[in-house]
Design a protein around this ligand. Structure first.
Ligand code: ADP
Ligand code: GLC
Length: 467
């Protein structure tokens, strides 16, 4: 079996969120399990592409409407990622210092068409095409219906939905950018009077997966307009929980940490990382440290934070540290709070991979009051590093965190509300006071196995049903 993953992000090459972590690790684990698994993604202008050298393995041009656009397929000259990776180089559209932007329709259409042009002429074609999210959602449609890809129409396709909030909608005027197909199939592209790449992928892919079983169930009731489609296609849908790359996310070897640690050296290791955070962000090491890492958007419940932090800091003797970026008004609210709670609260507005690792290793609790969380990787990283998660009971959070009151290892609240999150913070603060129990719990959660082994196997099992 030979699987080709189509994606917009892949760690360590280009990362905006968890999609990158998944596509940067799942193929590695699939290769270990004996399935040849590789990745194709856009060639961006970023640190990774500047620091590595590439060779051209294919050159051609595509038609995007009236425009003729040259492209190249590149591969790494030296590759130690654990899987083969191919890049679509379309200089004027894709070679940018960002992944997503306002003109994504043209950019990702060019990516998908160029990638399929290359696949179409390969002597050894993939036996499975695995697409991730709406940026690659027109691949199954084009493989099925576009005349020039007729030789690909028997290759099984799998779509993984990492986030159904974003669907890649564009207007019917742009349909002419898609390579020619029989117009009788035009309805497949449509959902609610616009072209909807995610909906088209759900209709055309042979199998559809989401990144946790609970999220699959939730999508039938709440999928940003796609509820009835997902309910209709339920027979080919399933949820497979994400794993984590336990080589990258390993507190014993993590080069980003101030001090690495194992379960045996957890106390001194975590203390060194917490001390660094507290020195750097002017916080008191003796107080329980609550943290958040992530995108500052409504989905993550981030709009609630200014109020949650203000109330919790007045009520409890705690510290709070936030790392993230997103909506301007949320960022502003979080900045404004700094002067009021100097010495107890701080925030780094931006993206910082190293800092995120130190927070997982040094904070006592990690907040995740998400309104929507298809899987969530942060809680899995937190567990592996001994940080206790405080989560809203939805999606992947529901599938991975059990409340302490139910013989579990985290704090679970049932609404993404200021009141309930503040209550969970209070419960956690009380739990922290009993240091022997708190420390025992930290050591315990480090042992929970969320590595990819089981889930990578579940994907392979699904592929096997298609070949
Ligand atoms: P999502 O993909 O919805 O953003 P996930 O929980 O699946 O959420 O994954 C988020 C990933 O992005 C994690 O690896 C997390 O550590 C990382 N991350 C998010 N925001 C930041 C940030 N500001 N700086 C560093 N890493 C971040
Ligand atoms: C999406 C989801 C997140 C998930 C990630 C990786 O970005 O929002 O919950 O963990 O994809 O699948």
């Amino acid at each position: 079996m030979n699987v080709l993953h189509f994606t917009a992000e892949c760690y360590p090459i280009a990362k905006v969120g968890g999609l990158a972590d998944v596509v940067g690790s799942l193929p590695k684990y699939q290769n270990k399990l004996g399935v040849e698994s590789s990745v194709i993604m856009p060639f961006y202008d970023n640190v990774f592409t500047k620091q590595h050298s590439f060779k051209t393995i294919f050159e051609s041009s595509i038609h995007l409407g009236d425009a003729i656009i040259d492209f190249k397929i590149l591969s790494l000259t030296e590759n130690d990622l654990g899987f083969d990776i191919f890049f679509v180089d379309v200089p004027e559209l894709l070679f940018k210092d960002y992944v997503y932007s306002y003109d994504d329709t043209d950019r990702f259409l060019a990516f998908q068409i160029a990638a399929l042009d290359w696949v179409a002429q390969l002597e050894h074609k993939p036996t499975i095409v695995h697409c991730h999210d709406h940026h690659t959602g027109l691949v199954p449609f084009m493989m099925y219906y576009a005349h020039k890809y007729h030789m690909l129409n028997k290759i099984p396709t799998v779509l993984t939905i990492h986030n159904a909030q974003y669907q890649g909608w564009f207007s019917h005027d742009k349909i002419s950018l898609i390579p020619a197909f029989d117009m009788e199939h035009i309805g497949v592209l449509d959902w609610d009077n616009s072209v909807n790449p995610l909906a088209a992928a759900i209709k055309c892919a042979w199998r559809v997966t989401t990144v946790s079983p609970s999220y699959m169930e939730e999508l039938k009731r709440n999928a940003n307009g796609l509820e009835s489609l997902l309910s209709h296609e339920t027979a080919k849908c399933s949820g497979i929980l994400n794993g984590i790359d336990s080589h990258v996310w390993n507190p014993e070897t993590d080069a980003y940490l101030i001090k690495t640690f194992s379960r045996k050296s957890i106390v001194s290791g975590r203390k060194a990382n917490k001390k660094w955070l507290c020195d750097e962000f002017n916080l008191d090491i003796n107080k329980p440290l609550f943290a958040f890492i992530g995108r500052l958007v409504g989905e993550k419940g981030a709009d609630l934070f200014p109020q949650i932090f203000d109330i919790s800091l007045q009520k409890n003797d705690i510290s709070i540290l936030l790392l993230g970026s997103g909506h301007d008004d949320i960022e502003q609210g979080l900045e404004d709070l700094k002067s009021k709670h100097k010495g107890a609260y701080n925030a780094y507005i931006g993206y910082d991979e190293k800092l995120s690792h130190i927070i997982y290793a040094g904070a006592d609790f990690l907040l995740m009051p998400s309104r929507v969380e298809p899987c969530g990787l942060n809680q899995l990283y937190a567990l592996r590093y001994g940080t206790i998660p405080i989560v809203h009971n939805i999606g992947g959070l529901k599938d991975t965190v059990i409340d302490i009151s139910e013989k579990g290892f985290g704090f679970v609240h049932h609404e993404a509300s200021v009141e309930q999150v503040c209550h969970a913070i209070e419960r956690a603060t009380n739990f922290y006071q009993n240091q022997p129990t708190f420390k025992k719990m930290r050591t315990l959660i480090m042992q929970i196995d969320h590595s990819w082994d089981a889930s990578a196997q579940a994907y392979i099992h699904l592929y096997n049903t298609l070949n």
